[in-house]
Design a protein around this ligand. Structure first.
Ligand SMILES: [Zn+2]
Length: 296
């Protein structure tokens, strides 16, 4: 074993002990799927159906949410390389999550839990992706499948099958309608990132309403299932954005902030831990450990 790899193995072992794997053995769902499931999209029940009801201790109330954009090699002409995580890096992160006993849930599951309707696994996590890049389908989903995880994808509903024309980053293909439907049918969660990736607080009330309600309606029509969570583009939101999101029928909103979520975290400002290629393996593990107790 190469010295670097040995160090990494030792480190992950220590962190996994810190994360409590001894008292929380691997989830049967995660480990069984990982042994038998080849990568690739297959039909799969929705995440909520897989959550073992009643198996949770009531004190398991912290929820880390991870925020990704692209799992892919970083092109030479990328302007915002912080939107990338390398595939091998993502695989290592998923291996750590699996060994530490994390079970992916959906935001819909979490909302149901906050409403007192659903028990969560002992160590829940939500893995999210913003913008809906096509590489989510070709690179991230097979890796998630391989390690027994599901994830939530925030889609810009006017841009299906197009490119990220809302920014001046190199243009990359976005998911097509068919790919989004296939992901939904495979048990991945589809949620909204507005119609045009708009900076909501800068819009008139009418236009902000249209971005929020129009995106929800389009995505619900596409997947024939509820769309109830919004990721505010550019992380831009204020109190009036939240009210408009509520009025448009959403139940939750997510932002990026390096904290975990507790039962009293505002449901329209759920914190997500941003992950990018500069997130070291040690930092990733340490954040998951220390943030379990970190509040405001
Ligand atoms: Zn975005």
């Amino acid at each position: 074993m190469a010295p670097k790899r040995r160090w990494k193995t030792l480190l992950s072992g220590n962190f996994i002990q810190l994360l409590g794997i001894v008292s929380h053995p691997l989830s049967p769902v995660g480990s069984a799927r990982a042994r038998h499931a080849p990568p690739g999209i297959r039909s799969h029940p929705p995440m909520s159906a897989r959550v073992p009801h009643g198996s949770v201790s009531q004190n398991a109330c912290t929820l880390p949410i991870l925020s990704y954009h692209k799992v892919d090699e970083i092109p030479r002409d990328a302007r915002f390389s912080c939107n990338y995580v390398w595939p091998r890096q993502f695989a290592a992160q998923l291996r750590l999550l699996r060994r530490a006993g994390f079970v992916s849930i959906s935001l819909a599951d979490y909302c149901a839990h906050r409403d007192g309707l659903l028990a969560l696994p002992a160590r829940p996590i939500v893995i999210t992706f913003d913008d809906g890049y096509r590489s989510n389908y070709s690179v991230a989903v097979p890796l998630l499948e391989r390690y027994g995880f599901r994830a939530t994808f925030f889609i810009v509903s006017d841009y299906l099958g197009r490119t990220n024309a809302w920014d001046d980053e190199r243009q990359e293909p976005l998911l097509s309608s068919e790919q989004i439907i296939a992901m939904h049918q495979a048990g991945f969660e589809i949620q909204s990132h507005t119609r045009t990736h708009a900076r909501l607080p800068t819009l008139s009330v009418d236009r902000a309403r249209e971005e929020l309600a129009g995106s929800r309606a389009a995505l619900e029509n596409l997947i024939q299932a509820p769309v109830k969570a919004i990721a505010y583009p550019w992380g831009a939101y204020d109190e009036s954005t939240i009210q408009l999101a509520r009025d448009a029928g959403y139940s939750a909103g997510v932002i990026v902030r390096r904290r975990t979520n507790f039962s009293d975290t505002p449901i329209f400002a759920l914190r997500r831990i941003g992950i990018n290629y500069e997130t070291s393996y040690a930092r990733f593990a340490w954040d998951l450990f220390r943030l379990r107790w970190r509040g405001a």
